[in-house]
Write a protein that binds this ligand. Structure first.
Ligand code: CU
Length: 434
């Protein structure tokens, strides 16, 4: 097996962050272009970091990068408090990220340890028809216990995915998917210092159950970045001024408008590769539609910045759908009656749902294997989020290549919103007259 360090050297991947660049200089792989003879030219790219995930190592065999994926079932934790029997690759959902360079010849062995047949489709990748992985169309299905080989030469770069094209509804609902990142052969004109990737997905694990329900079409209760829900999703960490790319891919059943606070980002690429500079768009929210990938890039600004789906229900965990709306309803009389039958019953929701998180923290039990709807505690109180939410944490003093959670941002004095009154009748706010 090849280590990540060896991968960087053999595959020509590296970072333009100072430390890695220094290492690349030491390795003779940087600077890549002018200073080296053509034959020795090896591009330098930041290695991709899969939030909460990992990159699949490979072995080099006669000039071919050989990867090995194993389709199988395992126990997966979405966040402490909710686990399920999921399906994925090599023990994880999403499966490990495959990372290679344009021009590479790759061979991917796929072993099926599921109870039913499968295949893998290399989503967005240009390849011979027989390598496309559509069961019944481009190949026979991979039966339980069998191993198939896919082999092709990478003719493009960009942010791609892999997923089964066999019993898709079930296998994808159970977690079978992964990302396939192809770096360009030549160095990128505007290099990035940190390169993150994440897969958007949705799940229905009914309260008290332990397997994702593949028959659900719209009413999901877990919304995930790389099969994790907030607060179990890693932060996106960067040093002030670094150029950060986040590669997003969507294999869920909904479109997700992904919103970043604190910076305007450029949408710079997709499975079509990194777009020409003239096509970059400046945005604060970008929809990643089902089956699409989108790359965004921004310059890191110091602070703790929310990064989340803007569908409000997608930043929540399990929620009782099909319950009457309690907003504005005085439930005190009803509560007294119910308390006679159910000691400890507490009505919720008259003034909103923020109190859910307080009640959870007071120890009010929810259904078995079900995360509370709203979670997370920050330096100023409850964060009241779940699902597709994490933080971009940017600090002045991070070492290049340090991805550890730096804790909460310490805002400079005078830069935090402050309380001026506790009187609801404070001031003379204008009202529309007439
Ligand atoms: Cu969403």
């Amino acid at each position: 097996m090849i280590s990540r360090r060896r991968f960087l050297q053999a595959g020509g991947l590296g970072s333009l962050g100072a430390a890695l660049a220094a290492q690349a200089i030491e390795d003779g792989t940087y600077p890549p272009a002018a200073a080296q003879p053509k034959a020795a030219r090896v591009p330098v790219h930041a290695p991709v970091r899969t939030l909460n995930g990992w990159t699949l190592p490979y072995v080099m065999k006669d000039g071919v990068k050989e990867f090995h994926l194993v389709a199988e079932e395992f126990e997966h934790e979405f966040a402490p408090g909710t686990v399920a029997k999921c399906w994925g690759y090599n023990g994880t959902t999403p499966g490990p990220t495959i990372e290679a360079v344009e021009g590479d010849r790759v061979r991917i062995l796929v072993t099926n340890r599921l109870g039913e047949h499968t295949t893998i489709h290399w989503h967005g990748i240009i390849l011979p028809s027989g390598m496309d992985g559509v069961g019944g169309v481009s190949q026979p299905h991979i039966q339980p216990g069998e191993t198939f080989a896919y082999e092709f030469t990478l003719k493009q770069h960009g942010t791609h995915m892999y997923h089964p094209h066999a019993d898709e509804m079930v296998q994808m609902a159970a977690g079978m998917m992964g990302m396939f990142i192809i770096h360009p052969r030549e160095p990128e004109p505007v290099p990035v210092d940190r390169d993150y990737c994440l897969l958007l997905h949705n799940w229905m694990v009914h309260p008290g159950t332990y397997r994702p329900d593949p028959s659900v079409m719209v009413e999901f209760d877990l919304w995930t970045f790389n099969s994790k829900v907030f607060p179990a999703i890693d932060p996106i960490v960067a040093r002030t001024g670094e150029r950060v790319r986040v590669r997003m891919a969507n294999l869920s059943m909904w479109n997700h408008p992904i919103h970043l606070h604190g910076a305007q980002f450029y949408v710079t690429g997709s499975d079509g590769g990194r777009w020409p500079r003239s096509q970059w768009r400046s945005e604060a929210t970008e929809i990643v539609a089902v089956g699409q990938t989108r790359d965004i890039e921004f310059t890191a600004v110091p602070g703790d910045w929310a990064f989340h789906c803007h569908m409000a229900h997608h930043t929540m965990n399990a929620m009782g759908h099909e319950i009457p709306n309690p907003l504005g309803v005085d439930q005190s009389g009803v509560a007294d009656e119910i308390k006679k039958m159910l000691p400890g019953f507490m009505p919720m929701g008259r003034y909103g749902m923020a109190e859910h998180q307080e009640h959870t923290e007071m120890g009010l039990p929810g259904p078995e294997n079900t995360l509370p709807m709203l979670v997370g505690v920050g330096p100023y109180g409850n964060i009241e989020m779940g699902g597709m939410f994490t933080l971009v944490k940017v600090r002045d003093d991070l070492e290049p290549g340090d991805y550890r959670d730096p804790g909460w941002y310490k805002a400079p004095p005078g830069t935090v919103a402050w309380r001026v009154s506790r009187d609801p009748d404070f001031g003379e706010p204008p009202r529309r007259s007439g």
